[in-house]
Write a protein that binds this ligand. Structure first.
Ligand SMILES: [Zn+2]
Length: 295
């Protein structure tokens, strides 16, 4: 059992949104510049993901709709392969219909996780608008809330030279703990060990048993702390959170690169090196995800 708690679903709508921000470009232009494969329909992209997961022996994966308003693309993928995908979707709490969109995605569209990017949407986590979105999610049994904290850097925007006016002050794990305390029955997921705010992510998760941390991406934020290694990060996270609240993830996104096996191999070998036993390792690499998001 191998589950990936963090993969992006780059739909046609995602590329259309990028193209719109780059004057006069079309989605194929964008893909040519990036040397990425052209966007497929949601159904065809879902099939491609399944082939990719099969090739690597991955049982199930998260798929994140990576622009607000794109929940239906991931919903189509989940509807086609319900045993393989768990649908995550991004909501901008400043949108007038944010609560309605959240409710609809978690019920009618059968997605499981609402994703907040406070630094991108410029809505603080303690803002009433955020609270209302989280409240709508918490009302749906089995739903979870993902909150991007710490450094937010979106590779595709950087590569395309698109400006990113992110307010990094807003992605604070300590503010997630406030929401997690208010909604104790709802799991909260903080990606990339807090992406630079590791200590704060650990503090938040230590205070709230419903906070989980994902291990995804290259975790290059470790360079902000002199001498820090990913081994030390795993060791500390396991010591504070135990093995039941760490979710393995890769942050895979585009094709032809596909599923990022090197990240898996690296993290597998780190856990082995730390002497983490089979049962605990199984939780990190799939058991926790299965428990949170039963098929
Ligand atoms: Zn990501």
């Amino acid at each position: 059992m191998l589950c990936d708690a963090h993969c992006h679903f780059f739909s046609q709508a995602f590329f259309a949104a990028l193209a719109k921000q780059r004057d006069g470009a079309s989605p194929p232009d964008i893909c040519r510049d990036l040397q990425w494969d052209e966007p497929l329909s949601a159904e065809a992209l879902a099939d491609r993901w399944v082939q990719e997961l099969d090739r690597h022996g991955v049982t199930r994966t998260a798929l994140i709709a990576s622009i607000p308003g794109d929940a239906s693309s991931v919903a189509a993928a989940v509807a086609k392969h319900p045993s393989r995908f768990v649908g995550y979707f991004m909501v901008d709490p400043s949108a007038a219909d944010a609560v309605e969109r959240t409710r609809r995605a978690l019920t009618d569209l059968r997605l499981r996780v609402v994703c907040l990017f406070p630094a991108m949407h410029h809505v603080p986590l303690d803002d009433e608008r955020t609270h209302r979105v989280v409240e709508a999610a918490a009302a749906v049994p089995g739903a979870a809330v993902f909150v991007h904290c710490g450094l937010l850097s979106i590779g595709v925007r950087r590569k395309l030279g698109l400006p990113s006016r992110f307010d990094l002050r807003l992605g604070d794990p300590l503010a997630v703990s406030r929401l997690a305390l208010a909604f104790p029955g709802t799991p909260f997921l903080i990606p990339h060990f807090g992406a630079g705010l590791f200590r704060e992510a650990l503090m938040a998760a230590d205070a709230c048993p419903n906070i989980y941390v994902d291990t995804s991406s290259s975790n290059s934020w470790i360079r902000y702390t002199p001498g820090l290694t990913l081994e030390a990060v795993f060791k500390t996270a396991l010591a504070v959170l135990g093995p039941s609240r760490l979710l393995f993830g890769t942050d895979s996104s585009f094709f032809p690169r596909g599923w990022q096996k090197a990240i898996y191999a690296d993290q597998r070998s780190i856990l082995r090196g730390l002497g983490v036993g089979q049962a605990d390792s199984d939780l990190v690499f799939g058991g926790n995800f299965e428990r949170l998001f039963p098929a």
